[in-house]
Design a protein around this ligand. Sequence first.
Ligand code: CDP
Ligand code: MG
Length: 761
Amino acid sequence: MVRKIVFSDTGNATDADALPHNLGAEEPVPKETKGKFKKSNQRDYKAVAQNLKQQRQDLPIFSARNAIIREVRKHNSLIIVGETGSGKTTQIPQYLLESGFTIYGQTAIAITQPRRVAATSIAKRVSEEVGTPLGARVGYTIRFEDCSSDKTQLKFCTDGLLLREILSDPLLRRYSVVILDEAHERTLRTDILLGMLKGIQKERARIAQLNRDSAAQNGQSFDGWHAHKGGEKLHRDHRSSGSHVVFGESPDPEQKESTVFTVIDDAHGDVTGIQDLKVIVMSATLDAERFSEYFGGAPILYVAGRQFPVTTYYTTTPQSDYLDAAHLTALQIHTETPSNSGDVLVFLSGQEDIENVERLLRESTASFPPEVPHLLPCPIFAALPQSQQSRVFDPAPEFSRKIILATNIAETSLTIPGIRHVIDSGVHKVRGFDPRVGESLLVEPISQSSARQRAGRAGREAPGYCYRLYTEADFAQLPEDSVPEIKRCQLSMVVLQLKAAGVHDIMAFDFMDRPSKKALKHALLELYALEALDDKGELTKLGRWMSEFPLEPSYSKVVYASQKAHCTREAIDIVSLLSVDSLFFIPADKREESNAAQMTFRSADGDHLTYLNLLRAYVKVNGDKEWCQEHFVNRRNMRHVLDVRQQLTRLCTRLGMDTERSCNTDLDTVLKCFLSGFFHNCALLQPDGSYRSLNGSQAVHIHPGSSIFGKKIPAIFYDQLVFTNKLHARAVSAADPLWIAQAAPKLYGRLLSSTVNYPTN
Ligand code: CDP
Ligand code: MG
């Protein structure tokens, strides 16, 4: 029997509400963009740009170009709202570039994105439109990867990266404009950036005024000012206003009293030439008033989009397995509609979901008769290599249809041409935080606003269809909007960065949405326990080092501790291994074979060392494809691991660490080292055989995929908690309670007395 998902038709619901607009195109002129894209490796950049010119001019935002430029000139803060796909991200930075908002070799425009994949793929597209190689005039910088130069004028980066840049450049001198894109997503880092940028903007405005005053003074009467004599710098003190002006910086020694001058500011030193910072906040949803209020009543520009009607279907009954439902719905669409009726976009929660559906689809389509067109699964997620990421934008070959498997990255960050059918699983993965258990990853229902955005992706080029894998009654139960991340996740990393950026009183920081006092206190305590803060709440030397290291504080602490423990090689290796979702793949019908293959690498001490064994074996066979298949090793993710490993090794070497320092076979050392960062992720075995978290007495279950699943070990530590039907610890290893006590004596010193009860190994 053919299994089918039954959908109810809600009629001609046009779910993607049209935005009001005060700017932009009146007439929707749909253009078929499919098939017009050139390959990026083409040398002839100018020709590519020329080819894309018409496409650029066909975008809804094009008719608002002059109005946007005019408004940016007029105001230092601006909010721009426009429907997804209207051209905000790719076009606005170019308009500013074309209108002289950056000076080649001197200033740049930063455009932040919540996700690395968006930053890299949009930079690639914009560099093609500008007609220069990627990394030159247009580039990107994401964690562990810098594809930009000091000549880069449009720099796409993650919000986290710009936050990091503030540590080394507190006034963001390099930037004339910062564009905070996708602000409606309210990621933790975007929220922190909002606050930081507001402060920087104020400070730059003060300095810009100082520069203007000095320029006005200069060339006027020098009364009251000391002339510059004999190479000696004399200056008039303006200390009351925190600044002074130094004359005589002219490169021409004969012209010392000429118009060249340097403006010195007590807080920032030489501030000559610093101008106002323009901040543009871009959002794809309507509720922009809050951003406007936050920036002192900044004007809001609405840019018209184009939206065709989207017919929405709901399942008639709730689906217990949304992966299977997504797979079956995709097959239904493919077999019941002509393949030239548009590509399919499926929204799933994460990489694991995507790879599972990809596998299900490959298996089902393998038995298609030859007259059925091909169905090409195209996954897109962060750990996917660049070359494969760009495949989603290439048109589907003849006699085939693309099915794009994405996370909520395709909701508003990326617009993929050619989509006419959307399948919405109704879930996404979010970070959740509970002080009793720490941070965990949760697969949660999306908001109604997200569901509308997802549906809207089907109606960009022509009328489309959205298949919701949940009932209409379930939709009505969804929250209207998602909760900003700052209200529900762990804050230790951003608190550390704020401290490093000189924000001492975290409680008084100008948050757009204030996190709970409890969460802030928890972050401060954790940083204190990690020895990043001292007992006065001030940054320690170690804390400063950790703030500059591009990892969550727990990991940077591990890397730091590994020097003394002589196991930096292993620490970097394991940290890199933990940077991906899954190292093995477990096909539903080959679960046992997959588990048996994983046993080859198994360490009795747990997953951290199991992963290390896997890496060592993988390197030995040079990542051989067949070997990976035989051992059910996720080769795609292993390549990503090697990438991160190389970047981390390079960074540590630059910081003067000996990255080849290895503990060889004394692997307890590595585990102890991990505890110095992960003592808050520990659980103790209870008399009834269950585990309870050490910091909150919550029931914690070892993940069934773990190499120590089912074992009774007195104490464990884990990398992460994932909530499905219960709290599962992932990447779990055995810990000696004594090690925990040693790693955090102030918190867990009491374990020292109880160790007698536990067998130590
Ligand atoms: O930011 P917003 O959602 O307003 O739109 P955008 O990302 O600037 O996208 C504008 C147009 O560029 C869309 O029609 C995309 O399909 C197209 N685009 C593309 O074809 N390839 C890319 N790699 C990025 C964008
Ligand atoms: Mg965008």
